[in-house]
Design a protein around this ligand. Structure first.
Ligand code: PLP
Length: 395
C-alpha cells in the first residue's frame, strides 16, 4: 500500500482506506450483521478458512477492518483489533493472556476501572495483581515473581501523569518471560509508539484522542506479532466485545486529523501548564513538558510531544479547586478527555472515587488534584477562562 513510506501526518489521512465497489474515497459503512454466501460450499469454505471473505460482523467486517488497519499502521504494530470500549479492550487482553495462578504487575496511577477489573473481577479467578509505582524501575523488578505473566503500565498515568520508562520496563518483562502491555490512551501514536520501545501489546480507549470528538465509546488492541493476534482475536470473537461498523466509521474519520489535533493539544497544554506553574494560587503542576516533571528526561526520550493532559493542585486545596471547577465557562466540567473541547474534573470525587482514599493517596492522587484535558480552542481563551475563575478564589 502507498502508506508505507509516507510521514505520520499523511498516514493519519490515508491509512486503512482500501478499494471498494464504485471507488469511494472513504470506506463505506457496511452496516450489516451478516453476509450472504454464494452457495453452501462457499459458506463451508469460509468457515474452514479455505477462502477469504466475510461471514458475520462479530467475526469480521470491512468497515471495522479499515479502522483496525489504520490504527495498526499508526502504532507501527503487526495488526489491531477494535473493541466496543477501552474497558472491553483491557478485559479482552486479560482474558486472552492470563490464567488461574498468574500474577500481574500494574502501575498504581492508572485509570480507576482498570484497577477495579483486576482487583474485584480477575482476582475471583485466581489472578493476583501487585500495584506499584512503575516510574521506579526497582519497584517493578522487586514486584516480579516466578508466576508473573504480564506487566501492565499506563504512561503517562491517569491522573497524576507519572511516566514509566517503556524501554526499560520491556527489558524487565522479557527477562522474566512476561509480556509488556501499555495503555497509550493519554498520548496516542502521534506522540508515543510503545511497540518501538519493546511493548508486546498496546491498547487505547479510542473514546479519547483517537476519535477526538467526544461522541463515541470505543477501544482498540494493537499487537506486535501474529501469535498474539490469533490468541486475542479468538478471545474477542468468543467473548464478543466488538465495535460496530458505524462507530468504526466515526473513529476512522477522527483519525484523519489526529496528527493536527495532537500538535495543537500539546502546544496549548504547554502554554497552559506554564501559566499555571507561574500562578500565585497554584501549589504544583504535573505536565510532561515541564522541566519540573520528575520523569522529564524519560518523557523526552519516549514522547514526540507532551500531550494535552495536565494535573495540578491549588494552594487552597480541594475547596479552591471546587471554586475553580464551578466557575469555568469555556472549559466544561465533565469526565473523559482527549476531545476537541477542554474538560476539567476532580479525580478524588469523580473518576478515582471508587478506588478509596488509601489507594489514591498511595498513588499520589491527592484530594486537591484537578485534572484538565486541554482542548484545541485558542489558547488565550482557555487561559482567560481559567484566570477569571481563579480570581473567584479568595485566600
Ligand atoms: C477512558 C480510559 C479507559 C477506558 O476506556 P472506555 O472507552 O471508557 O472504556 C482506559 N484507559 C484510560 C487511560 C482511559 O482514559
Amino acid at each position: 500500500m502507498l502508506t508505507k513510506n509516507i510521514h505520520f501526518d499523511s498516514k493519519c489521512v490515508h491509512s486503512g482506506v482500501g478499494e471498494y465497489e464504485h471507488g469511494p474515497v472513504v470506506p463505506p459503512i457496511y452496516q450489516t450483521s451478516t453476509f450472504k454466501f454464494v452457495n453452501t460450499d462457499q459458506g463451508a469454505r469460509l468457515f474452514k478458512g479455505e477462502e477469504d471473505g466475510y461471514i458475520y460482523t462479530r467475526m469480521r467486517n470491512p468497515t471495522i477492518e479499515a479502522l483496525e488497519n489504520a490504527v495498526a499502521e499508526l502504532e507501527e504494530g503487526h495488526k489491531a483489533l477494535a473493541c466496543s470500549s477501552g474497558m472491553a479492550a483491557i478485559n479482552t487482553i486479560f482474558t486472552s493472556l492470563l490464567e488461574k495462578g498468574n500474577h500481574v504487575v500494574c502501575s498504581e496511577s492508572l485509570y480507576g476501572p482498570t484497577r477495579l477489573l483486576l482487583e474485584t473481577i480477575f482476582n475471583k479467578f485466581g489472578i493476583e495483581t501487585s500495584f506499584v509505582n512503575t516510574s521506579n524501575l526497582t519497584e517493578i523488578e522487586d514486584a516480579v515473581k516466578s508466576n508473573t505473566k504480564l506487566i501492565y503500565i499506563e504512561t503517562p498515568g491517569n491522573p497524576t501523569l507519572a511516566i514509566t520508562d517503556i524501554e526499560q520496563t520491556a527489558k524487565i518483562a522479557h527477562s522474566s518471560k512476561s509480556l509488556l502491555v501499555v495503555d497509550n490512551t493519554f498520548m496516542s501514536p502521534a506522540l508515543q509508539q510503545p511497540i518501538k520501545f519493546g511493548a508486546d501489546v498496546v491498547l487505547h480507549s479510542m473514546t479519547k484522542f483517537l476519535n477526538g470528538h467526544a461522541d463515541v465509546i470505543a477501544g482498540v488492541i494493537v499487537v506486535k506479532n501474529e501469535e498474539l493476534y490469533s490468541i486475542i482475536r479468538k478471545t474477542l470473537n468468543q467473548t464478543g466485545g466488538v465495535i460496530d461498523p458505524f462507530n468504526s466509521f466515526l473513529v476512522h474519520r477522527g483519525l484523519k486529523t489526529l496528527s493536527l489535533r495532537m500538535q495543537r493539544h500539546s502546544q496549548n497544554a504547554q502554554v497552559v501548564a506554564e501559566f499555571l506553574e507561574n500562578h500565585s494560587k497554584v501549589k504544583w503542576v504535573s505536565y510532561p513538558g515541564l522541566k519540573s516533571h520528575p520523569q522529564y528526561d524519560v518523557a523526552q526520550k519516549q514522547h514526540y510531544g507532551s500531550g494535552g493532559m495536565i494535573s495540578f493542585e491549588l494552594k487552597g486545596g480541594i475547596e479552591a479547586g471546587k471554586t475553580l471547577m464551578n466557575n469555568v465557562k469555556l472549559c466544561q466540567l465533565a469526565v473523559s478527555l482527549g476531545g476537541v473541547e477542554s474538560l476539567i474534573q476532580h479525580p478524588a470525587s469523580m473518576t478515582h472515587f471508587s478506588l478509596g482514599k488509601e489507594n489514591r493517596e498511595k498513588a499520589g492522587i491527592t484530594d486537591g488534584l484537578v485534572r484538565l484535558s486541554v482542548g484545541i480552542e485558542n489558547v488565550n481563551d482557555i487561559i482567560n477562562d481559567l484566570e477569571q475563575s481563579l480570581k473567584k478564589i479568595s485566600f
